[in-house]
Every structure is written in structure tokens, then in C-alpha cells.
Design a protein around this ligand. Sequence first.
Ligand SMILES: [Zn+2]
Length: 287
Amino acid sequence: MNLQELVDISNYYGSDEEIVLLGGGNTSVKDKDYLYVKASGTSLKTISAEGFVKMSRAKLVQIWTKDYPLEVKAREAEVLADLMDARETDEKRPSVETFLHDLFPQKYVVHTHPTLVNALTCAKEGESWAKRLFGEDLLWIPPTMPGYTLASNVRTMLAQHKESTGKDANILFMANHGVFVAANDVEEIKTIMDNILDTIKKQIDTKTEEKINNLLSIGWDKFAGKYGIFTPDHYVYRGNEKLFEDSVKIAVYAEFFGGSQPMPEWLTDFIADWEVENYRKKQNNQE
Ligand SMILES: [Zn+2]
């Protein structure tokens, strides 16, 4: 399969700091048999065709018919082993969000953590605002344990949406995390993403700069003590200047959507412990 369009759209979003910070986020393209998904630890900004991992879709769907241990760590270890086993050719490690990419039937999937989107996904009234702004075709998933549980819940939601509307959902907002956009061509991805960002921007007062600067001046520790931690990235890369700024903007922008809401503590604890996140951190950047 020709990966050029996937490479181009990955570089396009990877170079846009409104959408991708520190290279975080991931992209994929698929046909009937294979999914090419960004390798963990690769930056969208500079990724080339070699930065994607070829996955067998027949193997990826096998996880849905398997019985996994109930104990979370044992289960995640087995799911991870099955993920690695679904690779076709590579030593590279596929993105932690590979199963989600495969669940969307559309050809292209772009997953990012834009500040503006997280102003909604980290807001107390984020879900109702999201539905109001983007209609019922948008899927919203509350804070969920990553890995198998998240993929399994999204799978159920996508199936329910298809059954009730006859359509494949193309936008998924993940509370305290980010957004998935899916479409059969890259231009449509851009149209959907532009619309999401423009629509949210319109809801936010332009006079936020002073508030942002005030919060930046109190420093990360004080800020996190007051507002908590918003998304996995803000935990994994805490101390990073850009993500501190991102947190501050989310806090200020979320005031237009009922005020900010941090990740629940059980989720932060889980992320702290999660082997896959530890791996990401060791790669010292990008998921
Ligand atoms: Zn993500």
C-alpha cells in the first residue's frame, strides 16, 4: 500500500503546534487486510513510511474473541503480547492506541490531543457542549482505563452508533485525553478537524491572555495542586514547559464549558503504573 498520503497528513499535523505537542498523537491507514499505524516513540512531524508498523487486521480482531485474565496487569500483558504478535514485519512497537485505529472502518484515522479539543474533554460540561456543538454523530467516551478496556468500550459504542444511525461515527472525543477523527480520504480528515477547532475557538473569549500569564507565573507544582492533571500526556511529561502551558490554556479555556475537570485519581494512578506509558517515557517523547 502507498503510505505517502498518510506520511503527508502526519507531517502536516505534526508540524502544527495547535494540534500536536511534543509529537504526541498517532495516525493510521488501512485496507481490508492490513493496518499501518505509527510506531510508538516516533514523531508525527518527521515520520516517514518506515515509521509505521504493518499490522495484520485478522490478528488484531482476534482479541475480541479471546478470554483474558480478569486481573488488570495480567490481562494487559497478554493483550500487549497479542498486539506485538499481530505485527507483520517489524521490530518496531505499534502505538498504544492501535486497537482503536483498527476499530474505525474508515481508511484514515488521525488521533491527536489538541489544546482546544481538550478544553472540552477536560471540562465539567464538556460532553453536553460537545453534543450541542457537533451533533449526535460525535461519540464521547468518559475517562476510561486505557488499553483493553478503552478499546472494548469504544468498540461497543461504535457498534451501537452504527446500529442506531446506520452511519459510521467519524469523531470520537475522549474525556481527559483527546480526539479521534476518521475518514476515507485525508481531505475529509482536514475538513472535520478544521471544523472542530474553529467551532470550539468561537466559544472561547479572545481576552484570555492575562489569565493564562497569571497562571503560568505560579509554576507547575502550584498549578497542578490547584487544577490537577488533565490528560495522560500531562502526567507522563510533567515538568515539560510546553505541556505546562498546554495545561494552563486548557484550564482557562475550559471555563467556557463549565470549568476544568482533572483526570480522576484512579486513572492517574493507573497511568503511573502502566508499563506501556513507562515505555513511552523511556523513548523520551512521543507516544
Ligand atoms: Zn492519545
